[in-house]
Structures are given as C-alpha cells and as structure tokens.
Design a protein. Structure first.
Length: 284
C-alpha cells in the first residue's frame, strides 16, 4: 500500500496508471473507517483495477471549531484496515496542501445545498462539493463511490458531476447498519454505550414511517406529524424529520412513486443523520 501526501505525487501516480490503461476507483473518506467504508472499498476493488482511498478531515465543511476538533481521527488504525484490504494508494494530504493561503474558490449548488441539512449547516455542501471536485481533479478516478446514508451529499455530487461534465462515474451503495438498524457513521465513535442505545430511536422512527406508508398513507405531512410525535425526545433532540422529492429534495404534499424520508438529530450532542426511500414494493 502506497501512502501519498502531496497533490503533485498523487496526480503523477494517477496519470501514470491511467496512461497504462488501468481502471481507477476512488473512495473519499474523512477517516475513522467503519464497515460502511469497508463495503464501499470492496465494491470499488471489484469494479476496477486499482483503488485509491483518501483520508482528509475537511475543515471547511464543519460549522464549529468544536465539532471539527471532536471529529474522530484514527489514522494508524485506518492504515491497518486499508493494508488488510490491500488498497493500492491512500491519499492523506494536509490542510495546507489542500487549502493554501491563497485559496478562494468554492462550488455552489444554490438549490440542493439549501434544503434539509443545508438549512442547519450553512456552507456545508459548498465545502463538500469543493473538496470533492478538488479530489476528483487530483486523483483522476474513472469511478467514485459514496454511501447513501449521506443522501443529500450524494445528490449534490451527482449534480456537480453532471453540471460540470466531469469524466467520472458516481456509484452509490446502500447504508450499512448494525443488527439493531443504526446507520454506521464515524460520529458513532463519539457516543457512549447509552448514546448508542438512544440513537436506535432514529432507525426505529424511519421504520415506523415505512410501515405507515405501506399501510396506504400517502399524505407526506400526515406521516411527518405522526413520526414527530412518535420520536422519544429524551433520546433524540430532533433537528428535522421531513419527506421530500427523491431528486430535487423539494417539499411534496403527496407521495406518488417514491419519496425520501430524511431526518437529523442530536444524541449526546453528536449530530446523526439517516434516511429511507419510501417506494412501492415490486410485484415481482
């Protein structure tokens, strides 16, 4: 496994292997790797010749210094996991390498970035789009993989790739969960045993929304109202629970073919997100 810290070296390596005809996959991460990341990496390896994983805690996408400082960093553990997976390259640039003092450019998606999490994290998705675009230009992958737990992020990246005609194919994978249904997240590392137990209220609420939908309810506001009353406020400090269009994230009144059911909340002052797509089951 090759560890690269410099942008120039990463670009040279990628240009070299692509010039030799190798298909390159890429999994961008902020480290503290969990089974969700592992599944993305395994998938990436299965559909390409070579795989690059980046580890970079992007300071621009945090809305407070406290949150940035608290974010789990386990670089040596991450290296060990990546070596066991036989990842080809790990790109681990410093903040100064990615954002020199003269840096001033950002990518803005004015519609998608203002919805859901964007309301509560101003500038977050601009920062996500900006760092992902930089990473795409540096790593030069044929394929990039992202998890569906960060559904809004996935839409932002797909929109950016489409709008800017980027030569990279974006793959997504279903959210990886614990046996109890909790979505795997690096932020789960910050929770106590009690907090992990309380956090289960989030997937429980989403499953309840699915059941209400399966029983025939199609009024989005009615489902939202029922679930908001169902959530144990002692366990989760709810930030939002909303049903939106699966592509535009715009508010909808009635669910037709499908809809995104998304929520965010705090457990022990740790912000967690999750979602489920409500859709009719296939007759097959």
């Amino acid at each position: 496994m090759k560890i690269i810290e410099k942008i120039s070296e990463m670009k040279a390596w990628s240009q070299g292997v692509r010039g030799e005809g190798f298909k390159l996959s890429f999994v961008p991460t902020m480290g503290a790797l969990h089974e969700g990341h592992i599944e993305l990496i395994k998938k990436a390896q299965s559909i390409s010749d070579l795989c690059v994983v980046s580890i970079f805690v992007n300071p621009l996408q945090f809305n407070s210094k406290e949150d940035l400082l608290r974010y789990p960093r386990e670089l040596q553990k991450d290296y060990k996991k990546l070596r066991s997976l036989k990842v080809d390259v790990v790109f681990v640039p410093t903040v100064n390498e990615m954002y020199p003092p003269s840096f001033q450019t950002e990518v803005v998606l004015p519609k998608l970035s203002q919805e859901l999490c964007g309301k509560f994290r101003p500038g977050h998705f601009q920062a996500v789009a900006t760092i992902v675009l930089k990473l795409f230009h540096i790593v030069k992958p044929n394929i990039a993989l992202f998890g569906e737990k960060d559904y809004q992020q996935l839409l932002v990246i797909r929109s950016m790739v489409r709008d800017l005609n980027l030569d990279v194919e974006v793959f997504s994978m279903a959210t990886v969960r614990t046996e109890e249904g909790l979505a795997l997240s690096s932020r789960n590392h910050l929770l106590s045993s009690k907090g992990l137990g309380d956090a289960k209220a989030i997937p429980t609420a989403l499953r309840a929304a699915e059941e209400i939908y399966k029983k025939g309810e199609r009024n989005a506001q009615e489902i939202e109202k029922k679930i908001k009353g169902f959530i144990d406020k002692d366990s989760v400090k709810l930030e939002y629970f909303e049903i939106r269009d699966v592509e535009s994230l715009e508010k909808i009144s009635a669910i037709k073919d499908s809809a995104l059911c998304a929520m965010a909340g705090y457990v022990e002052n740790v912000r967690l997100i999750d979602n489920v797509v409500l859709k009719q089951e296939s007759d097959e």
